[in-house]
Design a protein around this ligand. Structure first.
Ligand code: CU
Length: 161
């Protein structure tokens, strides 16, 4: 009996070891990039503009655009040589409306509900940081809220299934 228990315990332990990584959630690499010191900022590359982001002077590149619901860890690197960037996670209700925006400050209105679920704020060039959030199924936007950056195309869309 004792031996049988030991066998079950061993199987249980092996199963736990095998299953454990699934509970750790998804890890996404996030690259905050820009075109360098000579870049030209624009104002017409917000989500609602449906822009061609391949022409954007700055942006957010992610290692995967679809993740399962649950814990998601963003490992964020600011690969810019000279600009501060950040990554904020917000719910995107409607791509034709985009994120709430304050024209006078050139920034997304983070005070609106669901628009800042977490962030890696104000990374200096070359700096990195990480953020873990629990995400329900839905559509999210990752964006940089340094003034003018969102309108210059510094956002990307993440789908949680
Ligand atoms: Cu930025």
């Amino acid at each position: 009996m004792k031996r049988l228990y030991a066998v079950f315990a061993a199987i249980g332990l092996a199963a736990m070891t095998f299953v454990a990584p699934a509970f750790a959630g998804t890890v996404i690499s996030v690259d905050l990039w820009d075109a360098g010191p000579d870049l030209t900022m624009v104002t017409n590359m917000r989500i609602k503009d449906h822009p061609d982001l391949s022409k954007a002077p700055m942006g957010i590149k992610i290692s995967q655009a679809t993740v399962p619901a649950g814990e998601v860890t963003f490992k964020v690197v600011n690969s810019s040589k000279d600009l501060e960037h950040e990554m904020v996670v917000g719910i995107l209700k409607d791509a034709n409306v985009g994120l709430p925006y304050k024209e006078n400050s050139g920034r997304v209105d983070e005070n609106k509900p669901g628009i800042n679920l977490g962030e890696v704020a104000e990374l200096e060039p070359g700096e990195s940081g990480s953020l873990t959030v629990n995400l329900k199924p839905g559509t999210y936007a990752l964006y940089c809220n340094v003034a003018g950056h969102y309108a210059s195309g510094m956002w990307t869309i993440l789908t949680v299934k």
